[in-house]
Design a protein around this ligand. Structure first.
Ligand SMILES: NC(=O)c1ccc[n+]([C@@H]2O[C@H](COP(=O)([O-])OP(=O)(O)OC[C@H]3O[C@@H](n4cnc5c(N)ncnc54)[C@H](O)[C@@H]3O)[C@@H](O)[C@H]2O)c1
Length: 433
């Protein structure tokens, strides 16, 4: 029997899922409906279904008809790819209506919403999976394998530096993510991937988090302090934007135009705001110190305006050290070739034994976005016969543990204090009512 899927949030990321269901996994899966607050974007998704995937258009439901959609279309699984602050609404309602859920990261953006999701899972027994594609990239799985096989002995500490470049990093400052109420800021929206990798690599959970940082590069005040005097609100129709290397020109890209510019008449969602505009409430420069249940220490940083994209991570253990460097292709969601998203341009894993000669660990190249992580994730999500030696399917616990590091970090940014992760949610709470 095929499983039926309905998808909520038909923006840039959605095609990754509905395209796979309509094509590679069509013998196992059935796409039954789209749901969104924007009819134009749903219609465009249906256009892509027909044009690109040779699939018939599916029925569309406005967000306020979500329950009607579940009632009528009877999906087994709801895929949530709407903006972050709305994830919990659909996850919770879907679970209550008897569906399982696949949600994009971050599972949600604050501890109250996280607790509500955990309580609903307890109450309904239905399942939530979080689409952590980075785990599946072969080099990231290899790191897990090397650590699990004891190559480094006991891992005492991790230094993890994530670089977002002036194209991809800037994109979080052009649209809804720039308002912390929508995304939880980059510590939640973006770092959830990175904190999940650390949990996955070390096989442990976070204990205490201290964070520092702020908005240092993007935003009007920062630009003014560097002597910039010409500003604009959005790129479309702006003369100033023509001179701004950070501007996104929606009208030059037919895909972006159809998905966003032509759709904004309905909801006023502007995809191309100036990264040097007012009203940005997220950070672009972050440092985080995390201690883990197994006593490991993480020293993490994120910058969103660097000349290259990727990460450097080093692990120090009782038997030696591992140094990893990964440079990724930069990408603007919905503005480039899907396969290019996170394509690996350079990677190396070096083991430095405490006594002995250092050596490189080779990892096979795999085709597909996020260094081959994307196709492996899709197979794991949609192929019922999959067996995964590394148990990479991320549950609601994984979803929670990764966002809680960022949520604790946000609290630490506000208070200047270290925050205990277990003060944020209760994983074993049985609701009293
Ligand atoms: N894992 C990854 O590599 C990856 C990459 C990109 C995006 N994402 C995630 O995918 C999600 C969507 O990101 P995107 O880049 O596609 O954003 P987007 O802005 O392109 O699309 C978001 C969609 O949500 C819709 N929406 C807004 N409010 C809604 C509501 N109340 N109910 C239903 N729909 C609503 C919008 O109309 C839009 O169609 C985010 O959670 C993001 O974190 C993950």
């Amino acid at each position: 029997m095929k499983k039926a899927y309905a998808l909520v949030g038909t923006g840039g990321r959605a095609e990754f899922f509905y395209g796979a269901i309509a094509k590679e996994f069509k013998d196992m899966c059935e796409l039954v409906a789209f749901c969104d607050t924007n009819q134009t974007r749903m219609d465009y998704a249906n256009h892509l279904l027909e044009e690109t995937y040779d699939h018939f258009p599916v029925r569309t439901y406005m967000a306020n008809a979500f329950e009607e959609m579940v009632d009528t279309e009877k999906p087994d699984v709801i895929i949530v790819t709407s903006i972050d602050r709305t994830h919990h609404l659909y996850i919770i309602r879907a679970l209550e209506l008897g569906c399982d859920v696949i949600t994009e990261k971050p599972m949600t953006i604050d501890e109250e919403k996280c607790q509500d999701i955990l309580d609903t899972i307890d109450k309904t027994g239905n399942k939530v999976r979080v689409a952590f594609n980075y785990r599946y990239a072969p080099h990231n799985t290899k790191i897990r394998e090397l650590i699990a096989n004891g190559v480094l002995g006991k891992v005492y500490s991790v230094n993890f530096e994530w670089a977002l470049d002036t194209q991809h990093g800037a994109d979080y400052f052009r649209r809804w993510h720039r308002d912390k109420r929508n995304s939880g800021g980059l510590l939640v929206h973006k770092s959830t991937h990175h904190f999940d990798l650390v949990n996955f690599w070390l096989g442990t959970h976070p204990d205490t988090v201290y964070a520092a940082g702020g908005l240092r590069f993007y935003g009007k005040e920062n630009a003014e302090s560097r002597g910039i005097t010409s500003f604009y609100q959005r790129a479309y129709g702006s003369e100033y934007a023509k001179e701004d290397p950070f501007a996104l020109h929606l009208e030059d890209n037919p895909h972006l135009k159809s998905m966003y510019l032509d759709a904004e008449k309905e909801d006023g969602y502007q995809r191309d705001q100036s990264v040097f505009g007012d009203g940005i409430s997220i950070e672009d420069t972050l440092g985080v110190l995390v201690t883990y249940k197994n006593k490991a220490l993480l020293n993490y940083s994120l910058h969103a305006y660097l000349p290259w994209e990727g990460y450097i991570v080093t692990f120090n253990g009782s038997k030696g050290r591992m140094e990893v460097r990964v440079r990724e292709q930069s990408y603007v969601n919905a503005g480039g070739e899907k396969q290019e998203e996170g394509r690996i341009e350079e990677k190396s894993i070096t083991i430095l034994p405490m006594f002995g000669t250092s050596y490189q660990v080779e990892v096979d190249e795999v085709e597909g976005g996020h260094g081959g992580g994307d196709p492996a994730l899709l197979n794991n999500l949609f192929n019922p016969d999959i067996h995964d030696e590394w148990n990479r399917a991320a549950s609601h616990i994984d979803g929670a543990m990764s966002i809680l590091t960022g949520i604790a970090g946000n609290k630490s940014l506000q208070t200047g204090q270290a925050v205990k992760v277990n003060s944020l949610v209760d994983f074993n709470r049985k609701e009293e009512q």
